[in-house]
Design a binder for this molecule. Structure first.
Ligand SMILES: [Zn+2]
Ligand SMILES: [Zn+2]
Length: 139
């Protein structure tokens, strides 16, 4: 939370009680929540907040780097409070995203044409899978 507040101040973003509340919801949600999930949790404690406000706040957080926006195969964006290098296992059926770390993957060299042409700011591997729960439902 302190890191969050510092980062906001650095970026000239006002640390409002509402922004803190949204960030707290994010910290509580380890499952890479969508804006919709965050909105539903927020409206329990802040009935007057709009989806748009929550969504815009999440995008702002992602812009200043306090959270990551992560891939999703569905239309809704998913967010990640863990901005340290890690990789994802992504269930293509239910959308569950799990974290894993792999120094081996981190050490993979990118092709020269990529390094030459783009300013690389991060690498993340996404492993597409069917999670155990979904696999057993299909059973
Ligand atoms: Zn699944
Ligand atoms: Zn993650």
């Amino acid at each position: 939370m302190e890191r969050f507040i510092d980062r906001c101040r650095q970026e000239g973003l006002k640390v409002t009680p509402q922004r803190i509340a949204i960030y707290e919801v994010l910290l509580d949600s380890k499952d890479h929540p969508s804006a919709d999930t965050v909105y539903r949790k927020m409206s329990a404690t802040h009935p007057t907040i709009s989806f748009d406000t929550v969504n815009r706040t999440l995008l702002t957080f992602a812009e200043i780097g306090v959270i990551d926006m992560v891939e999703s195969y569905s239309v809704s964006r998913r967010f990640d409070t863990d901005t340290s290098p890690h990789h994802h296992v992504h269930c293509i059926r239910c959308g569950h995203i799990a974290d894993f770390v792999s120094p081996d993957i981190d050490a993979i060299m990118l092709p020269e044409e990529i390094i030459g042409e783009y300013q690389v700011i991060g690498k993340r591997t996404v492993v597409s899978c069917v999670c155990q729960e979904c696999a057993s439902k299909n059973g």
